[in-house]
Design a protein around this ligand. Sequence first.
Ligand code: DGL
Length: 266
Amino acid sequence: MSNDLYGSRKNLPIGFMDSGLGGLSVLREAVRIMPAEDFIYFGDSLHAPYGTKEQSVIRELTFAVVENLLKQGIKGLAVACNTATSAAVRLLRGMYPDLPIVGIEPAIKPAVTSSHGGRILVMATPMTIQQEKYQALLEQYRDQADIVSVPCGGLMEFVEQGRFGGEQLDAYFRKHLMPFITEDTETIVLGCTHYPFLRPHLQEFLGERPIQLIDGSYGTSMELKRRLKVKGLLRKEDRKGIVTIQNSSGSQAMIDRSYELLEMPY
Ligand code: DGL
C-alpha cells in the first residue's frame, strides 16, 4: 500500500514558481537534465515585480502560489525566483517539511571560485539585495573578492514585456550598470532569474570587455534533481515529460511568450 502511494507520488509533476517569466530560465535547465519529468510552472505576472515590494507582501504572494501548486499536486518545488527565495524559502520549508524544496540565490560562490582577483558585480532586485539571506552570503565571501551589488529595479519588466534588446535596454545598462564597471571587472552574476534572457544583449553591450556572465540555474536544477533522487522521487521511464505553464495574468500572450522563452536557444 505504501509502495503504491509512493509510486503514484513519483508520477506527480514538479512545481516551479516565479514572480513572472524569469523562472523559465531555471526550468529550461531542469527539463534538460530531467527530461522524463512533468513540470507545472506558475508565473505570477499579475503581481510582478516582487523585487520592489515589501518582504511581508512577497511572502504572502509566494505562499499563495505554492498553495495553488500543492492543490494541483506536486512532488517537489523549485522557488525559481531569487527574491521569493530570500524572503520565503526558509518559512516554506517549515510549512511543508515533507516536500523537497529548492530555492535559488545569486551565484556568488561559483563567481568567487573562478575569480582571478577582479571585481564581481551582482545584478539583483533591490529586495534580494536588502534581505538578510543575501547579506549573509556576501559576508561569507567579502574578504575573498571585491563583490559589488547592483540593484536593478525595473529590469525584469523588459523580459515580462518581451523586450530582449533595443535602445531602451542599452540606456538601462548605461545608467544602472556602467557606473559599477571598472577596468578589472571580471564577472557579472545574473542574480535574478529574469536576467539570463537578457544575456545575449548584455554580452553585446559589454562588447570586447573580458567579462563572464554567470547564473545559478544549472546549479539549482542539479540540486533539485539530487533532492528528488534522495527521496526516491525521480522518474526512470523512457518518456518525454510534459511542461504545463500557468500565469496569474490570465493572458494567453504571456503563456505563449513563456513557451517561446523555454525554447529560446542559449
Ligand atoms: N525573477 C525574480 C528573481 O529572481 C525577480 C523579479 C521580480 O519580481 O522583481 O528575483
